[in-house]
Design a protein around this ligand. Structure first.
Ligand SMILES: Cc1cc2nc3c(=O)[nH]c(=O)nc-3n(C[C@H](O)[C@H](O)[C@H](O)COP(=O)(O)OP(=O)(O)OC[C@H]3O[C@@H](n4cnc5c(N)ncnc54)[C@H](O)[C@@H]3O)c2cc1C
Length: 230
């Protein structure tokens, strides 16, 4: 089957939904369609607070239909191929959708396999990540059950959903350890692939001016997690 829309947005996550809403606010007459296979929408920034035990992870989930702006055609499918020369995409069900304008907002794909041993261990045994709905509860579990020792926070050498996320959860964890009398028994290490503490100069200045050390943490710049032993 063949469909046609003026504006086609691939991905109904935060970016796709926001673009659709803003376009229709400015031009209510536009014919906008969003291709999104998932019935669920995740508000991912709140996963930092989920990992810190401040809110339940269910607070991050909405039905996709609740966030789809009125007036948008929601195509419940995924794009399998792009055909830019023909201004079209092919869906996984074989249908084609043609567009005048295309917005690609398909997010970022997690690749646990890029780090040897990680795929088999993330989400349990003290190995945790705030980068997915499936694993975010394991962060709070690790913090809550930590009794002292070494806590390692890492930032990889790949693009990530949020560059601040590894440090945000580190500061929240450090605060929890301090409030629970664990600070003296705890060594916190921040291993980052980047040479800078933060990519935005304004924040890098503050964070780099002894902030990490004052809180008893050690920063290891240009350090990438090479693997996780079982
Ligand atoms: C722990 C954490 C903390 C964060 N904190 C902040 C913060 O403080 N401030 C901030 O600005 N940002 C923050 N972020 C980043 C922010 O959440 C993301 O940048 C944002 O969610 C990305 O939105 P997106 O729409 O690009 O991707 P997503 O929300 O991931 O959506 C992508 C969508 O595309 C769909 N899709 C994928 N493939 C296809 C396909 N082939 N066809 C059709 N659809 C497809 C998916 O189903 C998904 O719904 C944080 C992220 C995390 C994980």
């Amino acid at each position: 089957m063949q469909h046609q829309h003026q504006v086609l947005i691939v991905g109904g996550g935060t970016a796709g939904i926001t673009v659709a809403a803003r376009l229709l606010r400015a031009r209510p007459d536009l014919d906008v369609a969003v291709v999104e296979p998932s019935e669920r929408h995740y508000y991912q920034p709140i996963w930092t607070l989920v990992g810190a035990g401040a809110v339940p992870r269910e607070a991050s989930v909405r039905d996709e239909s609740e966030v789809m702006p009125p007036g948008v055609t929601w195509i419940h499918d995924a794009v399998a191929a792009f055909e830019p020369q023909a201004n079209g995409v092919v869906l996984t069900n074989g249908d084609r959708v043609e567009y005048e304008y295309l917005v690609v907002a398909a997010g970022i794909q997690l690749d646990w396999d890029a780090i040897p041993g990680l795929a088999g261990s993330v989400g349990r045994g003290g190995v945790c990540s705030n980068y997915s709905f499936e694993t975010v509860n394991s962060t709070w579990e690790a913090i809550r059950t930590f009794r002292g020792g070494t806590a390692i926070f890492t930032q990889p050498n790949t693009p990530v959903k949020c560059g601040g996320a590894p440090q945000k959860i580190m500061y929240l964890a450090a605060d929890y350890f301090r409030r629970h009398g664990l600070a003296n028994k705890t060594r916190i290490i921040f291993g980052s692939a980047s040479g800078n503490i933060f990519s935005v100069e304004k924040y890098a200045r503050t964070l780099g001016s002894g902030h990490i050390q004052r809180h008893g943490m050690s920063a290891l710049p240009l350090t990438t997690l090479g693997g996780v032993a079982p």
